[in-house]
Design a protein. Structure first.
Length: 175
């Protein structure tokens, strides 16, 4: 005897009763291939979105680390020059600026104090993975008043094809 709507021979407890609403006799439970494919596509889109956010988070983290390193190096450069402000002419040299650039190679200035500071800043930039950055310290004599020198330290580096920079400014006491 074949099962039909009036008899349900697959389930002996329901014999003689009609099947439950929404059910057809003989249909097996489970997922169709289309349902599984839709679920896989939805899952894949979700995973791609999360991975995109992870990449953006890593990029922001790197930029934040670079700004932290930059702030530390700029402050260190200003402190070193402030400690040796009597010899500020050794720092600026003929070019008017004290430049540290690991990418361009090692070229310390002539003065003993300036050369020691150059070494320390050069090594700090290499240790902080700032090989493609440039630290420029400019000393402007008699600014803001006569006998007082303004010092501006700036680090510039490339981040994803765009130039980033941070700088700090200080005033040195009269010599």
């Amino acid at each position: 005897m074949k099962p039909n709507a009036s008899t349900n021979e697959r389930n002996p407890r329901r014999k003689g009763r009609p099947p439950l609403p929404g059910r057809t006799v003989g249909r097996r439970g489970g997922f169709t291939l289309i349902e599984l494919l839709v679920a896989v596509v939805v899952l894949a889109v979700g995973i791609l979105g999360v991975s995109g956010m992870q990449v953006a988070s890593l990029s922001s983290s790197l930029l934040s680390r670079n700004y932290g390193s930059c702030s530390s190096l700029v402050s260190d450069a200003l402190d070193r020059i402030y400690a040796n402000h009597e010899n500020f002419a050794d720092y600026v040299g003929a070019g008017g600026a004290f430049v540290v650039s690991p990418e361009d190679g090692y070229s310390a200035p002539g003065g003993v104090a300036a050369a020691a500071d150059y070494d320390a800043l050069y090594n700090a930039m290499v240790n902080m993975e700032f090989q493609k950055a440039t630290l420029t310290v400019t000393i402007v004599a008699d600014t803001p008043v006569t006998g007082v020198n303004a010092v501006v330290a700036t680090i510039t580096w490339d981040h994803k094809g765009g130039m980033q920079q941070c700088s700090a400014q200080s005033v040195m006491p009269p010599r």
